[in-house]
Design a protein around this ligand. Structure first.
Ligand SMILES: *[C@@H]1O[C@H](CO)[C@@H](O)[C@H](O)[C@H]1NC(C)=O
Length: 517
């Protein structure tokens, strides 16, 4: 009965997915995300658990305490303290991106130096050939590539399409319309934006891969594994990437069969809320509820007091009730505000009485607001968040503010605009419908392609021939040079020929003239 109701509900939402065929056998899959934030792990978990549901055995190398209760998922925490973004104050690093980059420059080589000396990691490394597949977090995890040597392996691109990775797979995205990792510009891009975007495409890639980060990681790895190919060469051998993006929410780009979009994989219909939250939200009546959370990396408690006080003051002026995810007890908050350390975010966003989500614009939160069609007031802090905030604003799903421009009045007015103007909710519904209208769920797609790579022994047929070309060959510089030389030679020969003919004709004419005289 329950299943029938669920099936009906799914069908009504436009979700009627076919089931995947049963797997041929139980696979052993090793997922490596030793350098990850919690949100990266939250991209891995749905794939890991969906594979585990199909009877596969999943081992994950992580840098957080275990989060999955699934009996087929084993999380091994290496425990190295070097990359704990949750402990950083992201508000302090705002306006100083060099400081964030400095963190990577320090942490990534340090992890490369220490990782394989951790006994449980070494043990895992020695046993790696027992696995059917290696899955690596594409972002920040070059130090894990030794595991992938001589193994079938795929990556999960936690930030979604990354043009640098795309180029590695043989698909060089054109900066005339493909955004870079941190920034997107309104389409169609102006001449200035295309110029800046091209420089950013080149500089990010060269800086990360050839100057600042990978060479330092490579040095540490080479010291321990002198016989291994270069990390960037191991990376080239990936069979496939599962990308945390989807064209309905992000950019429409030409993709290879080996670039599979699985964005919003962690999204699911809302579940009933705990009694107290349910009565708080429905008790707000027709005014509705504002939900405020800055995610897991930017903890609310690191918010400078000046901003915190603005929100406390702004919430006093609202007719709505407010649910605020905050890690500490605050004095002087008004009665219409409920504060909690942890909240079931998707179930809250799915509630029809929740009118607006004040968010830092993290990628997963952004996907959830698209999926549950909750309008957003985005106040991005760092990394890709400004790009996501822009995406929200460009899609008409909400508004974006800068921390530096915040005032009590601006917060109140922006919230009131989003709540009272029906266009935001209408646009949110328009975005949600095609996102949910897919031939299979993104999670099933991830499962299918992961098993596919194992079934077909690394799936060599997925490889683009472009991946094996050098830059000179790819840009056809050699062909262009040959064409150029051919044209120059042809012009030269033609001129000599014409010259010779002319002088012969003119010469004989003048000779005739002289004769007659
Ligand atoms: C490259 O990938 C294939 C298929 O996944 C695998 O069999 C092979 O060992 C890998 N080669 C290297 C050098 O890692």
């Amino acid at each position: 009965m329950k299943a029938a109701v669920l099936a009906l509900a799914l069908a009504l939402m436009g979700v009627a997915w076919a089931e995947l065929a049963p797997p041929e056998r139980s696979y052993k899959i090793l997922m490596l995300l030793p350098v990850s934030s919690k949100s990266h792990r939250n991209v891995f978990l749905p794939v890991a658990e969906a594979l585990a549901d199909r009877g596969h055995k999943i081992v994950m190398l992580v840098n957080h305490p275990p989060a999955s209760k699934h009996p087929n998922v084993l999380e091994i925490n290496h425990g190295l303290p070097d990359f704990r973004v949750e402990n950083l104050n992201m508000f302090e690093t705002r306006g100083n991106p060099a400081a964030v980059f400095g963190l990577f420059q320090k942490a990534l080589p340090a992890i490369a130096r220490k990782l394989y000396k951790v006994p449980k990691v070494k043990e895992l490394y020695d046993k790696r050939k027992e696995f059917d597949l290696i899955v690596i977090n594409h972002l920040f995890n070059e130090a894990a590539y030794p595991f992938a040597h001589e193994m079938p392996f795929i990556t999960i691109a936690t930030p979604g399409v990354d043009y640098r990775q795309s180029a590695v797979l043989g698909n060089v995205l054109n900066p005339s319309y493909a955004p870079n990792y941190m920034q997107s510009y309104p389409a169609p891009m102006s001449m200035l934006h295309r110029f800046v975007n091209t420089i950013q495409h080149i500089m990010f890639a060269v800086n990360w891969r050839h100057w600042s980060i990978v060479p330092a990681v490579q040095k540490e790895i080479s010291a321990q594994f002198p016989d291994l190919p270069l990390l960037l060469d191991i990376e080239r051998n990936q069979s496939l990437t599962l990308m945390n993006s989807h064209f309905t929410m992000n950019d429409v780009l030409p993709l290879l069969p080996s670039q599979v979009e699985v964005g919003a994989m962690h999204c699911r219909p809302g579940k009933p809320l705990p009694e107290d939250l349910e009565s708080w939200i429905s008790g707000a009546g027709s005014e509705g509820v504002v939900y405020f959370s800055l995610g897991s990396v930017a903890q609310g408690q690191s918010m400078p007091t000046k901003y915190r006080d603005m929100f406390v003051e702004a919430f006093k002026q609202l007719k709505q009730r407010v649910i605020w995810k905050y890690e500490e007890v605050l004095e002087g908050i008004s009665d219409n505000v409920l504060m909690r350390k942890w909240l079931p975010q998707q179930d809250i966003l799915a509630h029809p009485n929740v009118r607006v989500f004040i968010s830092h614009g993290g990628l997963l939160s952004t996907q959830e607001s698209f999926y549950h069609s909750t309008p957003v007031l985005a106040i991005p802090i760092f990394a890709d968040q400004p790009k996501n905030g822009m995406n929200i604003q460009n899609n008409g799903l909400g508004l974006m503010l800068e921390w530096e421009e915040l005032t009590v009045e601006l917060i109140v007015n922006s919230l009131q605009e989003i709540i009272s103007n029906p266009k935001y909710k209408a646009r949110a519904a328009e975005v949600r419908a095609p996102l949910r209208d897919q031939p299979e769920s993104p999670k099933d797609r991830a499962v299918f392609w992961t098993e596919y790579v194992i079934r077909h022994k690394g799936a060599p047929r997925l490889r683009s021939p472009a991946a094996t070309l050098s830059w000179v060959e790819f840009l056809m510089l050699d062909v262009l040079l040959a064409l150029h030389v051919a044209v120059v030679v042809a012009v030269y020969v033609l001129r000599r020929l014409v010259g010779a003919v002319c002088s012969r004709v003119l010469g004989s004419r003048s000779a005739g003239k002289r004769k007659r005289e």
